[in-house]
Design a protein around this ligand. Structure first.
Ligand code: PLP
Length: 392
């Protein structure tokens, strides 16, 4: 009999009932150290007092009005994002998937308005992940996500990761945009080197096409910059955001330049909940903290400490781990043993990590994790690796 929850997830037998900072408390009282942060969502850990205050304060005042009216919290968050980034304008969504939908629509509308409606193709890359909607799975293109769900939305051109020649050959007079994650998350923490991101920007400029960055997982302070592309010193035309921006409240956004967003006039897009007062009140509180230069410097400092310890673990457990990769607090352990065996051994040591493709394990802790908690996490990961070695 089909379970009452549609069985599209295989869930761990863990039921968390409370969160405190970087810790999750299981129903049976066990305390798990959380290096998953709800898949890069709880950017400030669990129950951060400023976020609780923002949410409960707004909950006591007003929950929802719809986008038929002015929403001051939405205006404030949009103004903050415009001030802090390349963007001139912002549309709020409820998830990364919805941000993908709008990014695709916006790029196509841009060319339609320019009198080139045949430019509909969006170039994407192997191993990418952009959500589970029809556009999202067509964009990623992997058989795992698309099999059985055809006919797929047309207009996506899939290229190998890191193949410059294939890329230059693929651009033609049907190309609307290039869509890429600066660091692939679900794909196994695969960072695009800064010079490649710069090269992509140059290529887009040369051909007059749009650069769409998917910073749903790598954005909002995770790499030690507010957005990951800042490391490469370039700016996109359109950027997808979600996850960390809401700190655990469902919130996403599409940021764009005035030029790229030019076709999106009244009536061309909408969302009942997108940018609602609750989400935006929390978003303002998150951004206020995460955009602080001192906070971002702390992320890089903590990331340095974690990375160094992880390199030590790789050296100490060569049969379990192969390498460390990633930027800031978006780190991946490429495993030699099965990543799922390591994940389960970590659970047994009351440590949360997140599996990814390419036999990798993702470490995506809250950005404000303490040094003591980082040291404790490394200790538990060490114990987990020893357990995997013994079992093999
Ligand atoms: N894009 C990236 C890079 C992601 O990592 C994800 C989710 O993991 C998405 C898009 C989809 O976001 P959501 O699950 O919020 O719809």
């Amino acid at each position: 009999m089909i379970p009452s929850i549609l069985p599209t997830y295989s869930r761990a037998p863990l039921t968390f009932v409370k969160g405190e900072g970087s810790w999750l408390i299981e129903a049976d009282g066990r305390r798990f150290l959380d290096l998953g942060a709800g898949i890069a969502v709880n950017a400030l850990g669990h129950a951060h007092p400023k976020l609780v205050e923002a949410l409960t304060g707004q909950a006591n005042a007003l929950w929802h009005v719809s986008n038929l009216y002015q929403i001051p919290q939405q205006q404030k968050l949009a103004d903050m994002l415009v001030e802090l980034t390349f963007a001139d304008t912002v549309f709020f969504t409820n998830s990364g998937t919805e941000s993908c939908e709008l990014a695709v629509k916006m790029a196509r509308k841009y060319w339609y308005e320019k009198g080139a409606p045949e430019r509909t193709d969006i170039i994407t890359f192997e191993g990418s992940f952009h959500g589970r909607s029809s556009a999202g799975i067509a964009a990623a293109g992997s058989e795992k996500m698309t099999k059985g769900f055809g006919p797929l939305l047309p207009g996506f051109v899939h290229l190998p990761w890191n193949d410059h020649e294939a890329l230059t050959a693929a651009i033609n007079d049907k190309t609307a945009a290039i869509l890429i994650e600066p660091i692939q998350g679900e794909g196994g923490i695969r960072p695009l080197p800064d010079q490649c991101l710069k090269g992509l920007r140059d290529l887009c400029d040369e051909h007059g096409i749009l650069l769409i960055l998917d910073e749903v997982q790598c954005g909002v302070g995770r790499t030690g910059k507010l957005f990951a592309h800042e490391w490469a010193g370039i700016e996109p035309d359109i950027m997808m955001v979600a996850k960390g921006i809401g700190g655990g409240f469902p919130l996403g956004a599409v940021l764009a330049t005035e030029n790229a967003a030019g076709g999106m006039t009244a009536g061309t897009h909408g969302s009942t909940y997108g940018g609602n007062p609750l989400g935006c009140a929390v978003g303002c509180a998150v951004l206020d903290i995460v955009s602080d230069a001192g906070f971002l410097a702390d992320v890089s400092r903590r990331a340095g400490a974690l990375r160094q310890s992880l390199e030590g673990l790789v050296a100490a457990h060569p049969d379990v781990f192969e390498s460390v990769r990633g930027t800031g607090l978006m780190l991946g352990l490429k495993c030699k043993a099965s990543n799922i065996d390591v994940l389960n051994a970590a659970y047994a040591n009351e440590l949360i990590t997140v599996p990814a493709a390419d036999n990798a394990l993702r470490l995506l802790p809250p950005l404000n994790i303490s040094e003591a908690d980082i040291a404790e996490a490394v200790k538990r990961l060490d114990a987990a690796a020893t357990q995997v070695e013994k079992a093999s």
